[in-house]
Design a protein around this ligand. Structure first.
Ligand code: 4AD
Ligand code: MG
Length: 465
């Protein structure tokens, strides 16, 4: 069989590139099948776009196979593209021949009705065939392209940082260990695990971030970015935390915190604009079925200037708010999602960049301000989702960095020698941030749970498929 002759449905109904009366072949999955006396209809979806193509079969008695074509079956339809007689679609296919390729029985789980997200998680291997997950899959791919476009156009180089890492970048200890030890007989020496006998002869982990390894590249190439998977063994069972997620991390030489904020704001606006313009059908779907405000939210953000406030100002605003928070607010505590959402949804009604956080709650690599109490950190907060970007100006003064490492109680100085070297030889002011790709997609689509943004999510007590 020659499958190459197939015409993608997107070429017909999105791009509008196929002339009426063309003889075409369409391959896809039957979404609905209606067989009447004189005419039958099969709606086919081939995944190339949101819409289906309806095949119209006159005199269906010609095709006994129709009885076997149920929802979920894969089919081939050949015929002529015509202007639709019916409502709701511009084109339809006047079918000459129809073939059943792979049948699906009445037990096919995705019968035509709305399914709950909870149910669909149990059949993650079939959910790309639903409208919602098809749209998420397409928008994810298009935005990955938009990310590369944004950075490449600005002269950033795409760098690949290791997935197996020897450092705990964020210092939070939420690490997945990489080891080839047999868990039933781990070699010990003087009462301690003898890592020297492990595969790498020292401890190793899945990377929580590519930042530390991206910095040497930025300090040589100028501006770089990573885009890859990162892993966190945080035991947080929230709608916004996944154990495996993709992160984009730009790192800029010769850049301070202001430049970092400007880049973050431009970058988010670029992604939102791209989603609205290049993924219009899928965005329409999200606005209709997932979150009525999805489209408007992005349009408003593109028009807005992000609010920029210091952590100290943020604390004052929250204290003054009179709101009863679950986590009480005082200077020095980390902002919780409820606080982040209050600032973005109630105080400013737009994205907010909070910067200059207390030194004590932020990792070792951030630039220490003259007050000695705060560091040049920034978080970009958006309504509904809270933190979407975390970043900082990096500490580029060797001695200040070394002091801070010691103050944080990080004892394995040897493993950070290489990082200190970057400040010992030709140090350069530099800054960067990380955007959680899956959180960005949550924001764009309006989908409330990260488990429904990743096709095969990994979260505490769940790594099926
Ligand atoms: O704020 P984070 O921890 O920052 C870093 O890792 C820095 N090294 C980035 C840098 O400066 N190059 O994480 C960055 C972003 C967060 O703002 C959030 O969007 C996302 O990564 N993120 C998660 N997304 C999903 N699930 C999780 N468990 C996440 N943890 C962080
Ligand atoms: Mg963070």
């Amino acid at each position: 069989m020659d499958y190459k002759i197939r015409t993608r449905v997107s070429r017909i109904i999105v791009e509008d590139k196929i002339p009426v009366d063309s003889e075409i072949t369409v391959l896809g999955l039957a979404r609905t099948v209606r067989i009447g006396k004189g005419v039958a209809f099969i709606e086919v979806n081939d995944g190339s776009c949101m819409g289906n193509l309806q095949g119209v079969i006159v005199d269906p008695a010609r095709f006994p196979i129709l009885e076997k074509i149920l929802t979920g079956a894969s089919v081939r339809m050949k015929g002529k593209l015509v202007i639709s007689q019916g409502k709701g679609q511009k084109y339809e296919l006047a079918v000459d021949t129809v073939d059943l390729i792979g049948g699906a029985g009445p037990d096919y789980p995705l019968q035509k009705k709305r399914h709950s997200f909870e149910f669909l998680r149990e059949i993650a291997h079939l959910r790309p065939r639903t409208n919602t997950f098809g749209a998420v899959g397409r928008i994810r791919s298009r935005l990955a392209y938009a990310i590369h476009e944004f950075y490449q156009q600005r002269g950033f180089y795409y760098v690949h940082t290791p997935i197996i890492s020897a450092s705990d970048c964020e210092g939070a200890g939420d690490l997945f260990r990489v080891s080839t030890f047999d868990p039933t007989s781990i070699p010990m020496k003087d009462g301690q695990v003898d890592w020297d006998q492990d595969f790498f002869a020292h401890e190793a982990f899945l990377a929580v971030s590519g930042q530390l390894e991206a910095e040497p590249m930025a300090l040589a190439l100028g501006d770089v970015y990573t885009f890859g998977p990162t892993f966190r063994a945080e035991n947080s069972n929230t709608t916004r935390h996944a154990s495996e997620f993709w992160m984009i991390e730009p790192e800029m030489a010769w850049a301070e915190l202001d430049d970092n904020m400007d880049l973050a704001e431009d970058f988010l606006k670029h992604l939102f604009r791209y989603a609205l313009e290049e993924c219009a059908d899928d965005m329409d779907f999200f606005s209709k079925w997932i979150d009525k405000e999805a489209r408007q939210t992005l349009e408003d953000v593109i028009q807005s200037d992000f609010e920029r406030i210091t952590y100290t100002e943020a604390i004052k605003l929250l204290e003054k708010s009179g709101e009863k928070f679950e986590y009480p607010i005082t200077w020095g505590v980390d902002l919780q999602t409820e606080h982040e959402r209050y600032l973005t949804e109630k105080t400013f009604r737009k994205p907010v960049i909070v910067y200059d956080y207390p030194e004590e709650i932020k990792p070792f690599y951030m630039w220490v301000n003259d007050d000695g109490k705060t560091v040049r950190a920034m978080d970009v907060l958006v309504p509904r989702v809270g933190e979407i970007i975390g970043g900082s100006q990096r500490e580029d003064r060797h001695d200040v960095l070394l002091d801070r490492i010691k103050k944080k109680g990080m004892t394995d100085l040897e493993s950070l020698e290489w990082y200190l070297d970057l400040r010992r030889f030709g140090t350069i002011p530099h800054s960067g941030f990380g955007l959680g790709f899956d959180r960005a997609l949550m924001y764009i689509t309006g989908i409330a749970n990260i488990r429904d943004i990743q096709l095969f999510p990994r979260v505490p007590r769940w790594a099926r498929f």
